[in-house]
Design a protein around this ligand. Structure first.
Ligand code: CUA
Length: 186
């Protein structure tokens, strides 16, 4: 064996290896920069509503007290629905909304993370304690939709669901005459 196996071709290999090391380092740097940028961007410009609320006082004061839950027709023509999702039910367990009306659903949780989904629509969000989910929608046809919880929230998760009843606008107006809130019981 020769004393040294080093040759001119090793120099070339070294050169290429170093170049690839820089390329890999560059890719890692780009990926890292994208992670940092998107993290900061989503934190400062969230894709949806970020509204905090004291989850331990929902039933005591503010807009989510029991008498304020259900559907209310506002003066500006928007139907606002307020709902609480808790282990293991939605309150109210049946929501009535009118057709052809802008609808705002405001929903939050006092205990753990729940899921909010209206079957047959694109409404789908997480309900995180301490935050209010604000969903805007509109229904064009009357009908009934299931509203199951879709985040595992404990042993009673599979039994946690509610219904959404979409009724004709005229019928809803008649139903809500003289009432602050409307629910399926009306
Ligand atoms: Cu609430 Cu699953």
């Amino acid at each position: 064996m020769a004393e040294s196996t080093y040759s001119a071709s090793d120099d070339v290999v070294d050169h290429f290896e170093r170049r690839w090391a820089f390329v890999v380092a560059g890719i890692v740097a780009i990926v890292f920069a994208v992670i940092v940028f998107t993290g900061l961007h989503w934190a400062t410009q969230p894709p949806s509503n970020v509204e905090t609320i004291d989850a331990s006082r929902l039933h005591l004061s503010g807009e989510f007290v029991e008498s304020n839950l259900g559907t209310a027709l506002q003066a500006d023509g928007v139907a606002t629905v307020r709902v609480i999702a808790q282990q293991y039910s939605f309150v109210p367990s049946c929501i009535v909304v009118p057709t052809d009306t802008p609808i705002v659903i405001r929903i939050t949780s006092p205990d753990v993370i729940h899921g909010f989904l209206i079957v047959g629509t694109n409404i789908n969000t997480m309900l995180v304690p301490g935050y209010v989910a604000n969903v805007r929608t509109r229904f064009s046809t009357p009908g009934e939709h299931l509203m199951p919880c879709h985040e595992f929230c404990g042993v009673g998760h599979e039994g946690m669901w509610a219904r959404v009843k979409v009724i004709d606008k005229a019928e809803f107006t008649k139903l809500s005459a003289g009432k602050r809130r409307v629910s399926c019981a009306d």
